[in-house]
Design a binder for this molecule. Sequence first.
Ligand SMILES: [Zn+2]
Length: 249
Amino acid sequence: MAARMALDSYLQMLLRPADFKDYGPNGLQVEGVPEVHHIVSGVTASLAFIDAAIATGADTLLVHHGLFWRGQDGRLTGWLRQRVARLMAHDINLYAYHLPLDAHAELGNNAQLGQHLGLVADSRFGDQALGFVGPAGPHTTAEGLAAAVARTLARRPTLVPGDGRPLQRVAWCSGGAQGYFEGAIAAGADAFITGEISEPQTHLARETGVAFLACGHHATERYGAPAVAAALAAEFGLQHHFIDVENPA
Ligand SMILES: [Zn+2]
């Protein structure tokens, strides 16, 4: 058991949310019980995730995608009301960390995704240094890298092959980071891994020869929240498990 305020301080120290310019508030988004026993981590605070966590007896949730984003008008109506009402009815704390959870050098989405794929960054690139880049490690071709991604994430990536060059450097940035592709190319990558692809990246891959792999927004962001929650659980002696709500995107 731990006081929620102790968790707050630990998370602040670990993830340094004040260092980021983000699309929504990081940290405690919905306040619940003051004493924490049981954390459930997940990718997104969807209603299905909240309900599944409640069913396991969780009192605290830690996610990558929280509830309040820039561009929303602040009204608690419809789907947003439903999610908040469910949390409040059960006195559940909701912690959400977006960019700080992508960026953390050991526990973040990018570091953990790299670890699962046998990639270790020796440099960072792009806005707020969220992009990771490093030696290609065990991966020698774009097709081989795509096969490793498919095995590891249990999801077949969309591959736009480059010019067939042997891979020396691979860059990656989880989630909706297709806009980091040019930064990855400038950083010397031979292949770039992210969650999503938009129309222009196909042409960039073909014209620059750098392979582009869209591996799923959800699939590439499954590892950060449980890694941080496991660190919290170990620090404070809490129960923790991860709930994955399947998402084809
Ligand atoms: Zn995301």
